[in-house]
Unconditional design. Structure first.
Length: 301
């Protein structure tokens, strides 16, 4: 991916502006280069200028998000505008940092169309982290019951994974890729089926795949009155196939296979957008960074 310097204006010390007019260069090189000191926070396309350091991937463009429906609760409004997660918004409100029409907001306040919502002071920039984690079979994504173990408990010993949470879920009997992050802003972009983001799985069945299995799966399967969206299926063995989904109903693949008179004995998620499980061992994790993170944000849309 390339970015044109002529499209960037930087706000620097004393309110002066600098225009970068060099020819386009690879964004990977740009990310590795110190550019200017004293740069204030400023959003540009899919990239973010961060104080005195580097250009880093920014949050995805929100051009495809649905408009807010008014009246809207203040915490939902702040989350909708990507200012904070709902929980983070509640914290900002209780700290008195949110104003509605010049008045300190309270939990549960409603925002009407035309209201002026302001923030008191500048919150310290938060360092966001992203990890690919290989959830082993038998581990709960979250909310374990008695005797069960979830992802948070499994990685509690790792300092780098403090305060992260899993985005989405895999059921207890499934394994594979889960993204761990402390960035609640990406959750809706990953999980909302309106964005049609690809997730890929390797599946093994109990019985051999029947003739017409691929066509039936790709054309949509009726599961309890809901017909699944079009997907891509590739047979990899008599009892094995890969499937790429752009939605994520509860136990969707297992229910689709059951509707076609078979059952799943092993299910592993191997890809979310451009993030691949690869050779990551069960229970292990790795950071998502550099060009892989750039591409991930870009594909989030």
């Amino acid at each position: 991916m390339r970015i044109n310097y002529g499209e960037i204006r930087l706000l620097v010390n004393h309110g002066h502006c600098a225009n970068l007019t060099q020819s386009a260069i690879p964004i990977g090189r740009l990310l590795r280069s110190r550019i200017l000191t004293g740069v204030t926070l400023f959003w540009v396309s899919h990239f973010q200028i961060v104080s005195g350091q580097y250009i880093v991937p920014a949050m995805p463009s929100l051009s495809r998000k649905t408009p807010a429906v008014y009246p809207i609760r203040i915490n939902r409004y702040l989350a909708h505008e990507d200012i904070a997660t709902r929980r983070g918004a509640d914290n900002l409100i209780t700290q008195g940092k949110v104003l509605i029409n010049g008045r300190a907001a309270k939990l549960g306040d409603q925002v009407n169309e035309g209201d002026k919502v302001e923030m008191r002071g500048k919150p310290a920039p938060k360092k966001y982290v992203y990890f690919a984690y290989n959830k082993p079979r038998g581990i709960i994504t979250h909310s374990p019951q008695f005797g069960e173990k979830d992802i948070k408990q499994s990685v509690a010993h790792a300092r780098s994974l403090r305060n992260v949470f899993p985005v989405g879920r895999l059921d207890k009997n499934s394994s594979g890729l889960i993204i761990l992050t402390n960035d609640g802003r990406v959750t809706d972009h990953i999980l909302n089926p309106d964005y049609a983001h690809e997730k890929e799985y390797c599946v093994e069945t109990n019985e051999p795949l029947r003739e017409g299995f691929k066509k039936a799966m790709e054309g949509g399967v009726n599961i309890d009155g809901y017909v699944t969206k079009s997907c891509t299926v590739r047979k990899t063995g008599p009892k094995r196939f890969t499937i790429v989904l752009t939605e994520g109903k509860k136990h969707q693949i297992r229910r689709m296979v059951a509707a076609l008179h078979n059952s799943v004995v092993a299910l592993e998620r191997t890809r979310i957008l451009n993030i691949r499980l690869g050779t990551l061992a069960p229970g292990a994790w790795r950071p998502i960074e550099s060009e892989e993170l750039e591409t991930f944000f870009f594909q989030l849309g």
